[in-house]
Design a protein around this ligand. Sequence first.
Ligand code: NAD
Length: 319
Amino acid sequence: MSAQVIDGRACARALTQSLEADVDRLRQEGPGIGLATVVVGDEYSSGAYERRLRRLAGRLGVPYTPQTLPGDTDQDTVLARIAELNADPSVSGVLVLRPLPRHIDEAAVFQAIDPMKDIEAVHPENAGLLALGVPRFVPSTAASCFHLLDTWLDSVGEDRAEFYHRANIVVVGRSNNVGKPAISLGYERQATVQSVDEWADRTTGIGRYTRWADVLIVAAGKAGLIRAEHVGENAVVIDVGINAATGPDGSVHMVGDVDHDSVAPRVRALTPVPGGVGPVTDVWLLRNTVTAARLLAGQPIDRARPSLPTPARVLLEAS
Ligand code: NAD
């Protein structure tokens, strides 16, 4: 039997509908909303992501300011550009796309973003709030992983709390923007969470951890990293990876970190690439941009987080 495919595009469509209403309400109430992205260089995955965000912002009628800088731009110029966006009242959310070129200090760039406009929660203040379980913004990729999981659990009639409390969630990859936030969201659901990184792969191999996963979240950026021998039979696999693959005719297409052909016959459910984590990530980022616009306008944010197993609600106020 082949795995159920968790349809990210369908989830994204449903989320977009509620977001359209939020954006309309913002327009009527007055606070400006605007998304700005900063891309340095021409890396495949960030280019693909930027184009998707541009399209979605256009569809929602959210003003969009792309800042595309050449790969050899020096750090001071990048920081100056971020300072301009921080000061620009028409911009409510700022996203710096990764990876940045090696000569740029990523931590310095993230610290330069106004925490109230930091829609990906990479500033230490927002990363800290997330780690403490009281996020101002839930980083979009990790949010997407758990939104897809929650939606799938609902669709198969499983109780979320019961599932997560028993679940062993294994997260492959430990980046500050994807792996670590996913770990935090797993903790938030009171699951058992394991984090596996490159060193496990180089030493003992990752299979000894990943095979025991009830939920396997893979965010390593390595095409074909997860194959049939790495997964257990009841696993739900969330493939975050975006990699460029060249076909026999020389054309470039997108693949994830999971070898879908070998894994699909073994597991319970998995997300496709493309059409899985990516579309929901995009909508979540715009959703965070709405949150930022409200916070900047001094509006209290009563953000229900329906995807939590317990009916947790977070009341955030503009600081
Ligand atoms: P990153 O390069 O910052 O981090 C990758 C992590 O994986 C690191 O912790 C690294 O040590 C680990 N890793 C590398 N090789 C490994 C291996 N062989 N075994 C175990 N761990 C290994 O990348 P990132 O920003 O976290 O993104 C990861 C992937 O997800 C990339 O392909 C990226 O393009 C993609 N991505 C997708 C979305 C989306 O919405 N679908 C969003 C963000 C990132």
